[in-house]
Design a protein around this ligand. Structure first.
Ligand SMILES: C[S@@+](CC[C@H](N)C(=O)[O-])C[C@H]1O[C@@H](n2cnc3c(N)ncnc32)[C@H](O)[C@@H]1O
Length: 576
């Protein structure tokens, strides 16, 4: 009884925005079950019997009135030039707009106005096209056509942002013939304390793009409106003009193709319970959503044959896998990819075991409310398999995901990039942007060295110094209490910075500020400097140039993606 009263209080607090529902369950869950490490089935039953009001919340439905309110909120922000917030409001409006209603057309048209004001004429045109194809009212059409003509005129006059030349940031070294999105000369190795990692089988230089992979699985957090900001299938930013799921109110996609693939692969199982899933994911952010998405990705790969999936999966928990053995040169085979992800060797994590059981039990009960799941999981043995497998995936996705501070709210899993281990002194940079995950070398990497990227903190980036890696105790050279770490830290403290190096650093700093010099030339100067002084690494002066180099590389990757998006619109709408 006490518990029921406390749950009521939590529900009231939750409605007042003071508590997250998962926090509520965490604190109120019978402590004796946690103390005696109760079986997962007990967690499942307790969630169903006692926490229903926190778990089975009602789904939001599409409603033109709500869509219009969101659009009007966007208009208010538009008038004060708060473009980003206005776009988020329009996106929310699109999610609530009923299919076939003019609210869709109106929100797309308003989005086109934002892009027009920002001088992004291709994106404005793309949104005008979306508006015309989604019931934009005839009575307002003349205004939209005027904007369309103006966009075309500006593009013809060369005023488009799309013509800004961008560096090509695809793989620029020899390619692995079996894995066309990976450089030749990269292998996989087991490292004590870290598990699998990527190893250089030959030397690589700064600027070498070694990986250009697409997220295989992606999930977006509902916090801070992130779900109105990123494609739920590939993690692309909202600049790519997201379109809404036609059924639920909170999943958006950057293209029809992402929408269709995601529906087939996972979203058809989530759509009817989308709000419940988000509600329970609030504190575990996007990572938690990957648990179920990996499970349904597997089910889809097995052609919805749960019996076959169960037979294979039950024999292959934790057996270990090497995704570099998959042949990606022909058509992508999701079954092979799923098998490699499923059999990931995981480290038991007693500290989080209670959380894993709790989140698994919540997701399990929610998924069972989905008619698509009910239709397939009719047998008790199959449902028990789903429960076990989701529990295992809590650990697999925990192991494989590598949340980075940017973009916030997006978690991804891929066969190859997910093998990269973290170091606070990374020798490579991974950028997740516009549906691409690009890894580029920052400092010379010698044959035999491990390739490290950073999931957040980098010793040379004070802005990210406080970013905490909560999921594991970091064993890198900056943090680890081992001889290589001690040697590395002693080298960082060295006071004898050569004068010549300081002079070069100030020259590069001046060059970076100079207008009229293309970024490629600035980046080349940084690259040459890093290569010249590689033996002196680490020194703060060198770290500063590596930081600058990383900023430029990240910018270059983003600009290339944005240019590509504009060029795609040109090709589609202007026949360029
Ligand atoms: C993205 S995966 C990298 C591949 C992983 N090592 C494997 O065997 O699948 C991230 C996981 O690797 C391990 N890891 C990566 N970097 C680490 C580090 N610096 N210190 C300790 N563990 C690390 C942690 O278990 C983390 O959850």
């Amino acid at each position: 009884m006490v518990l029921e009263a406390e749950i009521d209080e939590f529900v009231r607090n939750m409605e007042a925005g003071k508590e997250g529902p998962y926090d509520g369950i965490k604190w109120l869950f019978p402590p004796e079950l946690e103390a005696r490490r109760a079986d997962l089935t007990e967690y499942r039953d307790v969630i169903d019997a006692r926490f229903g009001s926190l778990v089975y919340i009602s789904e939001l439905v599409k409603k033109s009135k709500t869509a219009a309110e969101c659009r009007q909120a966007g208009n208010q922000r538009f008038t004060v030039k708060r473009w980003h917030s206005a776009l988020l409001n329009y996106n929310e409006g699109l999610c609530f707009a009923e299919p076939g209603s003019e609210e869709l057309g109106l929100a797309y048209a308003n989005r086109s106005a934002v892009y027009f004001e920002q001088g992004d004429y291709e994106l404005a045109l793309h949104n005008i096209d979306l508006a015309k194809r989604h019931n934009y009212p005839e009575r307002l059409m003349a205004k939209l056509l005027d904007r369309e003509a103006e966009c075309k005129r500006k593009i013809e006059n060369g005023q488009s942002k799309g013509i800004v030349p961008a560096l090509r940031m695809g793989i620029n070294v020899e390619i692995n013939p079996k894995i066309p999105f990976l450089a030749k000369g990269i292998g996989m190795k087991q490292y004590p304390g870290l598990g699998r990692g990527l190893i250089a089988l030959k030397d690589f230089q700064p600027g070498d793009v070694i990986l250009d992979e697409k997220p295989e699985l992606c999930a977006v957090s509902f916090n801070n409106n992130f779900s109105y900001h990123y494609c739920f299938h590939c993690g692309s930013e909202f600049q790519t003009s997201l379109i809404p799921c036609p059924k639920c109110t909170n999943h958006m996609y950057c293209s029809e193709s992402c929408l269709e693939t995601d529906w087939k692969q996972a979203h058809r199982f989530e759509c009817a319970v989308a709000m419940k899933l988000f509600n329970i994911s609030l504190t575990s952010a996007s990572y938690g959503r990957l648990i179920g998405r990996l499970f349904f990705y597997g089910l889809t790969a097995f052609g919805d044959n749960v019996q076959q999936m169960m037979t294979w999966c039950e024999q292959n928990y934790d057996t270990g896998s090497d995704p570099l053995q998959i042949d990606f040169s022909t058509e992508r085979d999701p079954l092979k990819i799923f098998k490699a992800l499923h059999s990931t060797k995981v480290k038991p994590n007693p500290q989080f075991e209670h959380d894993f059981k709790l989140i698994t039990a919540c997701y399990y009960q929610i998924y069972l409310k989905s008619p698509q799941v009910q239709a397939i999981f009719r047998k008790r043995t199959h449902r028990n398999f789903m429960l076990r497998c989701l529990h295992h995936y809590a650990l697999v996705t925990w192991t494989l995901q590598s949340d980075t501070p940017r973009p916030p709210g997006v978690s991804t899993i891929t066969p190859i990039t997910s093998l990269l281990n973290h170091s606070c002194d990374p020798n490579a940079l991974t950028v997740i942007h516009s549906g691409r995950i690009v890894t580029v070398i920052l400092r010379p990497v010698r044959e035999g060295a491990q390739i490290f990227t950073s999931y957040g903190p980098r010793w040379w980036d004070p802005k990210l110094a406080d970013y905490e890696l909560t999921s594991f105790a970091c064993q890198c050279v900056v943090c680890g209490n081992h001889p290589p770490g001690q040697k590395w830290r002693a080298a960082l403290q060295r006071a004898d910075v050569p004068k010549q190096m300081l002079l070069e650093v100030s020259q590069i700093a001046k060059l970076v500020e100079r207008p009229g010099i293309v970024d490629a030339a600035k980046m080349d100067a940084m690259k040459q400097f890093i290569m010249r002084h590689t033996r002196a690494y680490p020194l703060p002066a060198l770290g500063e140039i590596v930081r600058l180099y990383a900023v430029f590389l990240e910018d270059a990757i983003q600009s290339e993606n944005e240019t590509r998006e504009r060029l795609t619109v040109r090709a589609e709408l202007l026949g360029d």
